[in-house]
Design a protein around this ligand. Structure first.
Ligand SMILES: NC(=O)c1ccc[n+]([C@@H]2O[C@H](COP(=O)([O-])OP(=O)(O)OC[C@H]3O[C@@H](n4cnc5c(N)ncnc54)[C@H](OP(=O)(O)O)[C@@H]3O)[C@@H](O)[C@H]2O)c1
Length: 295
C-alpha cells in the first residue's frame, strides 16, 4: 500500500510517517519547503516531495500511485500572511481536486471537534467548510474530528510540559474548561486504519477520559514530582489583549482563545468504528513526561 500525506512535517505527520513505515506502508510525504523536507525521517519507504497548494501538478505528483491521501496541513493560529481560508479551506480544496483527478480510493482529513460551516468562530467555521470540501463526490471522504492532541512535538503537549516543569501556570479562566485529549499515536493508528478500509463520513475520535485542563496540568506536574501553583487569567482580559497584539504582530487572536477554552465532547466516540484501542490518559502523560528534559 502507498499513501500520500500533506503537512508531513506537522507533529501528527512525523508520527504518522513513523507508524506507516513500521507497518510497511510506503508514503509520499508532501511538505512546502526544503527546510520542512530536512525535518522528515529518512527511510526507504518514505518519499519526500515538495508541494504547493497553488500548483496542481505538484499535488498530482504527490498522489502518484497512491490509494489514499491524508490531508494534515492546517492552522489554528493565523499569521499575518496566512488566513484560515488559504490554509484550511483552499488547501483542502486543492488536495480534494487532485484526489479526484488521480482517482484515489479515499481522502482522510483531520478536522477538529466543534467544526461546523455554521460556526460563529472563524477557525471552527473554516474546518467545517474544509470538511464539506473533503466530503465531496469521490473519493471517499473520511473525516476524523479530534480534540487536543498529546504526543511528541504537538503544541498542546509543549504547553502542558512547560507549565508542569515550571511548577506554576497561568491558565485561561483558571483552566476550568474540559478536554478529552487524544494520544497522537491513536490518531495515527486510526488514520492508517481508514486508509486500509475507508468508511466515508464524519468520525469523532477523542481520548478515553474527560478532564479539566487545570487537572491535566496538575497530573503532568505530579508525574514530574512537582507541586503546581495555578493562577487564573480572566478570559475577557486575555481576549482584549489578544485583539490588540494579533492586530499588531499576528499570533493568538480572541477566536483562538475561544477555541482553546471551549469544552470538548464527542457525540459518539469512533474508536471502535475505526478499529483502534484508546491509550489510557495516564500512559500518554507518562510517555510525554519520560521524554521531558526535566532531569
Ligand atoms: N494539534 C492539535 O491538538 C490538533 C487538534 C485538532 C486538529 N488538529 C489538526 O490536525 C492537523 C495536524 O495538526 P498538527 O498540530 O500536527 O499541525 P502542526 O504541527 O501545527 O503543522 C501544521 C502543518 O500545516 C502546514 N501549513 C501551515 N500553514 C499552511 C498553509 N498556509 N497552507 C498549507 N499548509 C500549511 C505546515 O506546513 P509548514 O511547516 O510549511 O508551515 C505544517 O505542515 C491540522 O490540520 C490540525 O488542524 C490538530
Amino acid at each position: 500500500m502507498r499513501i500520500a500525506v500533506t503537512g508531513a512535517n506537522s507533529s501528527v505527520g512525523l508520527r504518522l510517517l513513523e507508524q506507516a513505515a513500521n507497518a510497511g506502508i510506503a508514503v509520499n510525504a508532501g511538505v512546502r519547503s526544503e527546510r520542512a523536507l530536512r525535518s522528515l525521517p529518512t527511510h526507504d519507504l518514505i518519499s519526500p516531495r515538495i508541494i504547493s497548494y497553488q500548483e496542481p501538478d505538484s499535488l498530482d505528483a504527490l498522489l502518484d500511485e497512491c490509494g489514499s491521501v491524508v490531508h494534515l496541513a492546517g492552522i489554528l493560529i493565523p499569521g499575518k500572511h496566512t488566513s484560515y481560508r488559504e490554509a484550511n479551506v483552499d488547501a483542502t480544496a486543492a488536495v480534494a481536486d487532485a484526489a479526484r483527478h488521480g482517482k484515489l480510493k479515499s481522502l482522510v482529513f483531520v478536522s477538529v471537534l466543534g467544526a461546523s460551516p455554521a460556526s460563529a468562530n472563524p477557525y471552527f467555521r473554516s474546518k467545517g467548510e474544509a470538511e464539506l470540501v473533503a466530503a465531496g463526490d469521490a473519493p471517499a471522504g473520511v473525516i476524523i474530528r479530534t480534540p487536543i492532541l498529546l504526543g511528541p512535538g504537538s503544541a498542546g503537549s509543549a504547553a502542558l510540559l512547560a507549565a508542569a516543569e515550571r511548577g506554576k501556570a497561568s491558565l485561561l479562566g483558571g483552566g476550568k474548561y474540559v478536554l478529552q485529549p487524544l494520544d497522537v499515536d491513536d490518531l495515527c493508528a486510526a488514520i492508517l486504519a481508514a486508509c486500509r478500509n475507508p468508511e466515508a463520513g464524519v468520525h469523532e475520535l477523542a481520548g478515553p477520559e474527560r478532564i479539566a485542563y487545570r487537572e491535566l496540568v496538575g497530573r503532568a506536574a505530579e508525574l514530574l514530582g512537582k507541586s503546581i501553583r495555578i493562577r487564573g487569567i480572566p478570559i475577557l482580559a486575555a481576549k482584549l489583549g489578544a485583539a490588540l497584539t494579533s492586530r499588531l504582530r499576528g499570533g493568538i487572536t480572541p477566536a483562538v482563545i475561544d477555541v482553546i477554552t471551549t469544552d470538548e465532547a464527542v457525540h459518539e466516540n469512533a474508536d471502535k468504528a475505526l478499529g483502534i484501542t484508546l491509550t489510557p490518559l495516564k500512559t500518554t502523560l507518562a510517555r510525554l513526561m519520560e521524554k521531558s528534559p526535566h532531569e
